[in-house]
Design a protein around this ligand. Sequence first.
Ligand code: SAM
Length: 280
Amino acid sequence: MLTVRELTNYGEEYLKQHKIEEPSQNALILLSLTLKRGSTFLKVFSDYMVSEKDRQNFLSILEKKAKGEPIAHITGEQEFLGHIFIVDKNVLIPRPETEGLVEETLRLLKGKAPNRILDLCTGSGCIACSLSLLYQNAEVVGSDVSQKSLNTAIKNAENLNVAERIKFIKSNLFSKLEGKFDLIISNPPYIPTADISKLQKEVLQEPRKALDGGKDGILYIKKIINSAPEFLNSEGMIAMEIGYQQSEAVSKLFKKELWQEVVVKKDIFGVDRYIFAELK
Ligand SMILES: C[S@@+](CC[C@H](N)C(=O)[O-])C[C@H]1O[C@@H](n2cnc3c(N)ncnc32)[C@H](O)[C@@H]1O
């Protein structure tokens, strides 16, 4: 049997050889997942003897990680705003940047609860479910062009007991949507096509449909801003996550005669990442 220290050292070396970033931190996370113990436990009890079965499980997880499989795909789940979401190959893994989108939206709503919310491009349903948990009286619609994504979103809504309050609709952007909303929130695909091949190999394991925002990255953002006025109540808000260096181009897409002031906010990494506007 080997100790925790010996296995994390082995894991670090193995991941380093396979050119995985932050090998030491990743080896610790993977052993912590294998043993179902927090990383503090592993650091404090580094002489803890690991059973043969756990050693083999750790080696098999290490192998998956070295092949570029994201940790969320290995565990099948990801935390988002304090709730656990199922993730699989059909959905984008929820990101901390997107937690920021929801948090900034809540700040800008200043306590005004929206009655009808649309989460356009819902993916795993992380935004729709989180908002439904926060606004228990709101009617929430989550839409996506991919039925496979929607199936995962439905499972997440069931697990979080919000399935009865969210309607999931398969729709190419607004094509199958009806009625008006007080809030349209969206994290659409926004990576320029040419940049996709430069992404880390882990990101490339995620659905291309969730990433590719066309030649300049703002193909969907443009379409959403153009159609949103038809689907928003007066003084309704649009809240969107956008790509690196897109804020200037996207701000210009809001026609002054239709929209009130456009607000851009930064993410936790200091990058302009969110754009908001209220309809007149
Ligand atoms: C960046 S992911 C966001 C997923 C999730 N909302 C999140 O924040 O983790 C974009 C999503 O848009 C969906 N999508 C791509 N093209 C679409 C379209 N034309 N209409 C609706 N949804 C689309 C993808 O299937 C994917 O689930």
